[in-house]
Design a protein around this ligand. Structure first.
Ligand SMILES: *[C@@H]1O[C@H](CO)[C@@H](O)[C@H](O)[C@H]1NC(C)=O
Ligand SMILES: *[C@@H]1O[C@H](CO)[C@@H](O)[C@H](O)[C@H]1NC(C)=O
Ligand SMILES: *[C@@H]1O[C@H](CO)[C@@H](O)[C@H](O)[C@H]1NC(C)=O
Ligand SMILES: *[C@@H]1O[C@H](CO)[C@@H](O)[C@H](O)[C@H]1NC(C)=O
Length: 462
């Protein structure tokens, strides 16, 4: 082998050098068909995940994670925050019961207080805003009292904590939470050298505005670079823009050194007809490219913070069939519930896209245009359909008069046909207010018109 060839090989090995322990996986359990915790931890281990984030402090899972190489993030549930915020004994008890018994065999590294607390806008939710930082302080104090110094305390927030995100230099926290919640929180995170945990999904801004944001830009595949006129920084992908809007928002409040961690990110592998771009091709592309970026050595960082590593947890381990809401909600998984991969992925970042087989061609990258109806799923349980039908007609101001004997939608006299009529009526009436065509798994969207003869089913026009 010539000297040049050796040199080129060495260069190649350098470019593939990976900081391999930056990528974690969120282990959500909102499914009734998921593998046992034991099998799930085996799957995580086989995937070489070095970090896992839980949405609680499940004792079985924490025990199963003992003597593994996997670092663990546990969570204080939202409904315990207000009590912990004002009750030192409750805070200590929480740590004593949910953390202490598993140390040091289970490598708990982060204790996250609540989940997207500042995105709950109900009266009860808003009460939690006030309690969030005091609860974080109480938990930190409790860890200290128990001489636990290896665990950082944080709280994962969603992008709606910002009232402005574009261009990134205009990033700014929502005014209503800025002084009372965000500033004390940033003080806490800065003082305790913790991370600002952010759930950040380029999928959402892209899917809400697919004509103005290029899909390639959202999937790290180039697209037009954009220059932020406020900072003169140049962006090559949407994730960097979103992350930097958080960094600029923090800097404006005087905190320019709190590191970011991505508590959730990902791309849905399937979704409803009115959810463009949710497919296996895009999900694999996003997550593979994300891992490539986040595992370079030295780290890439973002334009506002080049070279700074960003711990990243992908959402999610499994497709979770009991998450309510639009179809995408149930399709964020790297794995099917039976443990098989939805697409191949290498969490260490050592394999590039070219090392995997071909992906199915994306079919829904262009938003669907036309009419869509919401009908009963084939084979849905008749009793459940009847209950949903009755409830919907009774509770939601949906006009079900057309189903009465002798009226235009009475025939065919079948529960599925009647339920489909009610689902379509409900969804077309309330979609603009956020209603989804789901009905607990009883309903799905269709582009084929279920109307029959004189019975016209209401539809949504996309
Ligand atoms: C924590 O450490 C201090 C000093 O090392 C010791 O006095 C105290 O008993 C320890 N507390 C606990 C709960 O282990
Ligand atoms: C953040 O913490 C550093 C020390 O780690 C300190 O020098 C700095 O003043 C703090 N920033 C603010 C805004 O409090
Ligand atoms: C998309 O871009 C066009 C032209 O640049 C602009 O007029 C329009 O307001 C944008 N739409 C959204 C939703 O941002
Ligand atoms: C309809 O709703 C009312 C109260 O909103 C309830 O009392 C009644 O039982 C309901 N009827 C059916 C058939 O569900």
């Amino acid at each position: 082998m010539g000297l040049l060839a050796v040199f080129l090989l060495w260069l190649l090995s350098l470019s593939r050098a990976k900081a391999s322990n930056n990528i974690g996986v969120n282990y959500g359990q909102l499914g009734n068909n998921l593998p046992s915790p034991y099998l799930s931890i085996e799957l995580l281990t086989k995937m070489k995940a070095r970090h896992v984030k839980l949405y609680d402090a499940n004792p079985d899972i924490l025990n199963l994670l003992s003597n593994r190489k996997i670092h663990v993030s546990v969570m204080v549930p939202n409904n315990e925050i207000s009590n912990i915020a004002v009750n030192r004994r409750a805070a200590e008890e929480w740590v004593r019961n949910n953390v202490l018994p598993y140390l040091p065999k289970t490598k708990i590294r982060y204790l996250l207080v609540g989940n997207e607390v500042l995105s709950s806008y109900s009266e009860q939710g808003r009460k939690m805003w006030r309690d969030l930082v005091p609860a974080m302080q109480m938990i930190k104090r409790s860890l200290k009292a128990l001489n636990i110094s290896s665990i950082k305390v944080g709280t994962p927030l969603a992008m709606d904590v910002l009232e402005s995100t574009f261009p990134p230099s205009r990033g700014m926290f929502r005014y209503e939470i800025r002084d009372n919640v965000i500033i004390p929180m940033l003080n806490f995170l800065n003082r305790t050298k913790s991370f600002f945990f952010i759930d950040v999904y380029p999928y959402f801004p892209w899917s809400q505005n697919p004509y103005n944001i290029s899909l390639d830009f959202a999937l790290f595949r180039g697209g037009l670079s954009t220059r932020d006129p406020g900072s003169a920084l140049v962006y090559t992908n949407l994730l960097d823009q979103m992350l930097d809007s958080v960094i600029f928002a923090m800097s404006k409040l005087g905190f320019s050194n709190i590191p970011l961690a991505i508590s959730e990110t990902g791309w849905p592998n399937a979704g409803d007809i009115d959810e463009p771009g949710a497919n296996i091709f895009n999900a694999a592309t996003y997550n593979r490219n994300l891992i490539q970026r986040m595992t370079t050595n030295p780290p890439l960082g973002t334009p506002a913070r080049p070279g700074v590593p960003i711990p990243t947890y992908i959402f999610s381990l499994f497709n979770e069939n009991q998450k309510p809401g639009p179809g995408t909600e149930r399709h964020w998984g790297l794995l099917h519930p039976d443990g098989t991969p939805v697409y191949q992925i290498d969490l260490t970042g050592k394999s590039a896209a070219a090392d995997f087989g071909p992906l199915p061609a994306p079919k829904n990258n262009v938003p669907y245009k036309g009419r869509v109806w919401c009908v009963a799923v084939k084979g849905a349980n008749a009793m459940e359909l009847e209950a949903a039908l009755t409830y919907t007609c009774n509770q939601s101001n949906v006009n079900c008069d057309g189903l009465a004997p002798g009226r235009e939608c009475y025939e065919p006299v079948s529960i599925a046909a009647h339920a489909s009529y009610v689902f379509s009526s409900y969804w077309s009436k309330f979609r603009s207010q956020g209603a989804t065509c789901y009905f607990n798994g009883l309903a799905q969207q269709t582009t084929s018109n279920p109307s029959r003869g004189p019975c016209k089913f209401p539809s949504v026009t996309l």
